[in-house]
Ligand binder design. Structure first.
Ligand code: ADP
Ligand code: ZN
Length: 216
């Protein structure tokens, strides 16, 4: 088992980068946000538990997330390479991930930190549209599906705007990031796995990640 992490505020491009790179690098893209949204859609208990937190832009409690990810890792093939997006978001979650990788003789290989100015985050998030079915990410400013409302990736007519991508909720999400998730920067810095990336340009961001993960 192998794991890398995409770290960064909402709108920094974690989901887009993961979708763009997963196939070339043979990683499975795991977005805990997508897992939770699916659980809500399918009316699973974990979805019901998470929903009110997500609507407010608060973090879902660690216990819920830890259970979700532990179940995923236990059911997966031990040779899987995971690219996590939106997880971990607290030091407690990061510690749990390290514990879970231990039996595989593995650890987080890189934590890529995607850094983007706040004004750009706000613009991106307010313009973001996603596929309810497969999680593909679009943007009204520069990246819309070829056929309006229809996902290029899965073909479903399922493009929508996430309720927490409204401007009010977004402000809270940015604050939550600064208050609770930014401490992970120190956590991975101390472990020596942090890679800071100026993530304003998508292609340059992806190239930096490729350079780190591709054999020379
Ligand atoms: P973004 O990175 O754009 O904020 P996500 O889809 O990663 O979007 O997360 C959406 C919401 O899902 C978060 O605001 C939070 O409520 C919940 N969530 C997702 N992942 C986690 C996590 N690892 N820990 C706690 N809450 C989470
Ligand atoms: Zn889709």
């Amino acid at each position: 088992m192998e794991a890398i992490i995409l770290l960064g505020p909402p709108g920094s491009g974690k989901g887009t980068v993961a979708e763009d790179l997963k196939d070339a690098l043979h990683f499975e893209h795991i977005s805990t946000g997508d897992m939770l949204r699916n659980a809500i859609r399918l009316e699973k208990p974990v979805g019901l538990e998470a929903k009110s937190y997500m609507e407010k832009g608060e973090l879902v409690p660690d216990e819920v997330i830890v259970k979700l990810v532990e179940d995923l890792l236990q059911s997966g093939d031990p040779s899987t390479r995971y690219m996590f997006d939106g997880f971990p978001r607290t030091v407690r979650q990061a510690e749990m991930l390290d514990q879970a990788l231990l039996p595989f003789g593995s650890n987080v290989r890189y934590a890529f930190l995607l850094e983007v100015d706040r004004a750009i985050l706000v613009r991106r998030i307010c313009g973001r549209r996603v596929c309810r079915n497969c999680g593909a990410v679009y943007n009204v400013h520069n990246r819309m599906p070829k056929v309006e409302g229809v996902c290029d990736q899965c073909g479903e007519k399922a493009i929508y705007q996430r309720p927490d991508d409204s401007e009010e909720t977004l402000n809270n999400r940015l604050e939550v990031y600064n208050a609770q998730t930014a401490s992970l920067i120190d956590y991975y810095q101390e472990k020596g796995t942090l890679v800071r990336i100026d993530a304003e340009d998508r292609e340059a961001t992806e190239q930096t990640i490729l350079d780190h993960l591709s054999p020379a």
